[in-house]
Ligand binder design. Structure first.
Ligand code: AHR
Length: 496
């Protein structure tokens, strides 16, 4: 592997380490909000959960959905709590109590040191509800909606900068599913009105719900034809699963993610060329993760309950490895991927789990996300790699070594994130760090486990990292020792 200061991909937009909280399962109720919990603050927010979220240093959090937003009336979630309606929440078959809404979430996000990425309902609603919400949230005052916010106790505008124009509108499961032309027109007109209310906002046009959708990438081509001049980003969503228990193939899924990103970039640039536009649309990969463990158990849940345990995947060690590869993929594409959201953050397909009334703990996937978010800030470098490869059920030429490199000039640090996909062998990586003279290995953190299915549960953390990795310097080169099936962070620091 060769790394060099001059092989620059891009400055990394810290928002690629974003996440997502949906009104779904126990993400909000029993997750971030539990007024009766011993650690709850005066607003009912769990401090133990907030502490873990803060540890992850999540710069932006998407809210309030997800599928849920496509039938959501944002007005239900503001004003005195006792007046808020209980509603049938149709996307997930539950009762929504509306005890948390826009204002509470903005408060919570502030406490978590995060920005909010707000989605508007383009399923059952449209231009009017969206522009009113922007006025309520962002207009300083002196109008009906902004004064209502003040009346609700929020004198200052929230200044929410990033907005999603609906969610997964191509999906048959979506309430108010649209054809690409229907969505494109509605999104363009909604964007126009929202921008008239607040010209400073940034907007995300809905891309496909996944690379496997039959309408991908035609959906992007048609919708962007309408939204190109109004939107700043197009969204990508992708989840992977290992139903077949084929670890080698499962870990290769980040190649699919890579291909997905390439195709969306090509489609955006095709529309750019078609329109002779000077503007470039960037990517918001605002739902990504592993999701499959909980699917069967969710089918057994009783409908119309409040905050049932939905989508509570218990993540394994191998899931953490794929999450590491997915993070590497985002970094390697940081020239075009400017926002991303690991879906989700608490309890629902999440790195953080809680027990109602009890403790909070870290799932396996917490760790690659934590290290990459905290140490992956700066400039992404393009590592030149020569790695042995393998073929799996669905992929050919899968490199055993998956990596990304971040240079943080301020801290005089170069950080190498690396996954060894090999099921049996250690990988020795010879790293020619030619332009980083005087740098030494400061730390080598390793996440490894002999059992790919090892998981963390309340009070039993089987998967946790150690920093006794065996990398060393030899004749000016770094020798990285990556144990079989492992995620690694090798941090080089300039010696003074
Ligand atoms: O994150 C869970 C769900 O996955 C979201 O609500 C939806 O957007 C996607 O299908």
């Amino acid at each position: 592997m060769i790394i060099d200061k001059d092989f620059i991909i891009s400055n990394i937009d810290k928002r690629i380490y974003g996440s997502f909280i949906e009104h779904l399962g126990r993400a909000v109720y029993g997750g971030i909000y539990e007024p009766d919990h011993p650690s709850a603050d005066e607003q009912g927010f769990r401090q133990d959960v907030l502490d873990l979220v803060k540890e992850l240093q999540v710069p932006i959090i998407r809210y309030p959905g997800g599928n849920m937003v496509s039938a959501y009336n944002w007005e239900d979630g503001v004003g005195p709590k006792e007046d808020r309606p209980r509603r049938l929440e149709l996307a997930w078959g539950v009762i929504e109590t509306n005890q948390v809404g826009t204002n509470e979430f903005v408060d919570w996000a502030k406490k978590a040191n995060s920005e909010v990425m707000m989605a508007v309902n383009l399923g059952t609603r449209g231009i009017d509800a969206a522009r009113n919400l922007v006025e309520y949230a962002n207009h300083p005052g002196g109008t009906a909606w902004s004064d209502l916010r003040k009346q609700h106790g929020y004198k200052e505008p929230h200044n929410i900068k990033t907005w999603c124009l609906g969610n997964e509108m191509d999906g048959s499961w979506q309430i108010g599913q649209k054809t690409p032309v229907e969505y494109g027109r509605l999104a363009a007109e909604t964007a126009k009105a929202m921008r008239l209310v607040d010209p400073s906002i940034e907007l995300v046009s809905c891309g496909s719900s996944g690379a496997g959708m039959p309408t991908f990438p035609e959906w992007e081509a048609i919708t962007l034809d309408h939204t190109y001049d109004f939107a700043d980003y197009v969204s990508l969503h992708q989840y992977y699963e290992n139903q077949d228990n084929d670890t080698a193939n499962f870990l290769a899924n980040s190649l699919d993610m890579e291909n997905f990103i390439h195709t969306v970039i090509s489609t955006c640039d095709y529309i750019k060329a078609k329109k002779c536009s000077k503007k470039t649309i960037n990517l918001s990969f605002d739902e990504w993760n592993v999701w499959f463990h909980s699917k069967d158990q969710d089918k057994k849940l009783e409908p119309w309950s409040v905050a049932p345990p939905q989508l509570e995947d218990v993540y394994t060690f191998e899931d953490a490895l794929l999450v590491g590869c997915m993070l590497n993929t985002l970094i390697r594409h940081s020239d075009r991927v400017k926002i991303a959201a690991m879906a989700q953050l608490v309890n629902v397909i999440a790195p953080i789990m809680t027990k109602n009334g009890g403790g909070a703990w870290k799932q396996t996937i917490f760790y690659p996300f934590y290290y990459t978010s905290v140490y992956g800030r700066g400039v992404a470098l393009n590592p030149i790699i020569s790695s042995p490869k393998y073929d799996s059920t669905d992929y050919t030429d899968v490199p055993y070594l998956d990596t990304s490199v971040v240079y943080n000039e301020e801290k005089d640090e170069v950080v190498i994130f690396a996954v060894n996909r090999h099921l049996e062998y250690t990988l020795q990586v010879d790293i020619d760090a030619r332009s980083f003279e005087g740098y030494e290995v400061a730390e080598h953190v390793v996440l490894q486990n002999d059992d790919p299915k090892a998981a963390n549960t309340s009070g039993n953390e089987q998967v946790r990292p150690h920093n006794k990795g065996e990398s060393y310097m030899e004749s000016g080169k770094v020798v990285g020792i990556l144990p079989k099936l492992s995620w690694n962070m090798i941090r080089l620091k300039k010696q003074v």
